[in-house]
Write a new protein. Sequence first.
Length: 163
Amino acid sequence: MDVDHDGFLEEEDFEALTARWVGMRGWEPGSADYDRMRSIMMGWWAGLVAMSDQNRDDKVSLDEVMLVVDQLYSMDAEVMATANSMFDAIDENGDGMIGFDEYKQVVKGWKGSDAGADEAFPQLDLNGDGHLSRDEFNGGHRAARSSMPPKLCSATPAGTSTG
């Protein structure tokens, strides 16, 4: 996500993420879909900078992000609001379900490739119907958050797995 690789997340990084997502979907500026996606993405930025930017320099370092990650246990409402926004952003066709293709597309949007989507999707698709309901998707967020003890994220190098 750090487009200029300077070690900070900035508003421009979320603008670039927005451009990548809407570009994958072919949405043009001014369209309702483009405006909805931009609103979601920039809402994430506003929330991240408000909660994380301790020195108020309009940049968020990894250390600042980790301070918020360590507080996720006490932020269920905020985490679920983010999960719901993510669900809405991923559900491209608005059918209330995330299909595998939609899921792969979002993984590619975040990471630049869809590597790992084949393994992760079935773990989230609890009933095996080939789609993620909002409950399944949100349950994945709750499970991921509850599987890490407090302070573990700060002690874990970025990009590594805890198990």
